[in-house]
Design a protein around this ligand. Structure first.
Ligand code: PLP
Length: 412
């Protein structure tokens, strides 16, 4: 008898880390719908609906608003490897691990990467970005909106216009903010952006929304090679350098997502159903109401933690509303607290990376888990766990302070 192990029986966790979060049951339901072939007219109809829905979530008129099959990193890679030709200058403002990830991907794409850095827990002023634009004259600026590693949200409204002024394209990694914090792509003059479902969109990881505008398409056009065997008759071969990845070749993805439906990969039907439902949920709630909910719940969490005598990490004015960093008090074993939260309360929280590994905890309040009850449960468990680990907060103070925020007249 071959060993087949037991039925899957994962413990019911409350996922309050920096993502993934618990998936909305509506999304799981959508993902259990019957399989369709990727050229079935019903399915390609759903693809068009996904484009229309995602445009609204991105707040853009960009025709090219679609999904990359893979996690958020796949979407980032698709955009960077397609836009960057070997030798192209790329400017990356780095304020955390995910800025570093953009550097790494841009370098692999052959980019001549120029980095500006700021301490983790701070953000860039537009002046600093402008200075680098003036000095380096990049083809592309690649920036992170919410860098979950540092919990900071980089203000971007002035960066897009600056990039235009200096002739650069602007790419934004919005993995951790799309659906939770405002990111009006067109208004902020963002040329391309990538995200994932597993943070503020209530879905699982594995499908990654992207959007890009005509400026980006213009940059891609010379590299629009089409695979042998599917190139329509009469269509000339492109003359620019071939994109170095087949799977992440944006012009080929455009061919599949266009009415030509040129064969590329086999679309992940189930993930597309899930993404479609994520977008519907966000739009039915209303984006502004959703942003306000994330801001309120984030504020309640911060109030609760502060009332427990804990210090919030980083520049509070530029903190992501949906991820909170907490400085681990001296003498407390951060990993033990994380472990005890999981073992005793089945609640997941996280630490961070690099210089912040073991220095902060991170608690996320996103999408399906961005709820009053989830925050209160987490605060109660956190207080008890910290006590077990040698840090005694004033009993009940965290819950009381969070509840007070939820009772404020404008709390909705
Ligand atoms: C800001 C940011 N960018 C990119 C990623 C990578 O996303 P994924 O793990 O879905 O590839 C993450 C994941 O946590 C993230 O927080």
């Amino acid at each position: 008898m071959p060993e087949v192990f037991g039925d899957l029986n994962p413990p019911p966790r409350l996922l309050m880390g920096p993502g993934p979060i618990n998936v909305d049951p509506r999304v799981l339901r959508a993902m259990s719908m019957p399989m369709l072939g990727q050229f079935d007219p019903v399915f390609t109809g759903y693809m068009n609906e996904v484009m229309a829905l995602s445009r609204q979530v991105w707040r853009t008129e960009n025709h090219w608003s679609l999904l990359v099959d893979g996690t958020a990193r796949a979407a980032i890679e698709a955009i960077l490897v397609s836009l960057i030709e070997p030798g192209d200058r790329v400017l990356v403002p780095v304020s955390g691990r995910f800025g570093q990830l953009l550097c790494e991907i841009a370098e692999r794409a052959g980019g001549d990467v120029r980095v500006i850095e700021t301490e983790w827990g701070t953000v860039f002023s537009p002046d600093r970005v402008e200075e680098a634009l003036r000095r380096d004259r990049p083809k592309l600026v690649a920036a992170v909106h919410g860098d979950t590693s540092s919990t900071m949200a980089q203000p971007l409204d002035e960066i897009g216009p600056l990039c235009r002024r200096y002739g650069a394209l602007l790419f934004v990694d919005a993995t951790a903010t799309l659906g939770g914090m405002a990111l009006p792509v067109d208004e902020w003059q963002i040329d391309a952006a990538a995200s994932g479902l597993q943070k503020c969109l209530s879905g699982p990881s594995g499908s990654a929304p992207i959007t890009f505008n005509e400026r980006a398409v213009e940059a891609l056009r010379p590299r629009h090679h089409i695979e042998r065997g599917i190139r329509p008759e009469g269509m000339a071969e492109a003359e620019g350098a071939q994109i170095r990845s087949n799977y992440f070749d944006l012009p080929m993805l455009m061919g599949y997502w266009s009415e030509m439906r040129l064969n590329h990969h086999t679309e992940a039907t189930t993930m597309l159903y899930g993404a479609r439902e994520c977008f519907r949920i966000a739009l039915q709630e209303g984006l502004d109401a959703r942003f306000a909910r994330h801001a309120l719940v984030g504020r309640a969490l911060v109030a609760g933690l502060r009332a427990m005598g804990l210090e919030i990490f980083g520049d509070i004015d530029n903190k992501m509303v949906n991820v909170t960093g907490i400085v681990i008090p001296d003498g407390v074993d951060g990993d033990r607290v994380i472990r005890a939260m999981l073992d005793d309360f089945s609640i997941e929280i996280g630490t961070s990376f690099g210089p912040l590994r073991g220095r902060i905890w991170r608690i996320g309040t996103m999408a399906y888990n961005c709820r009053k009850d989830a925050v209160l449960t987490t605060l109660a468990a956190f207080e008890a766990t910290l006590r077990q680990c040698g840090y005694c907060a004033p009993p009940g103070a965290g819950i009381d302070a969070a509840l007070a925020v939820f009772r404020e007249p404008d709390a909705g």
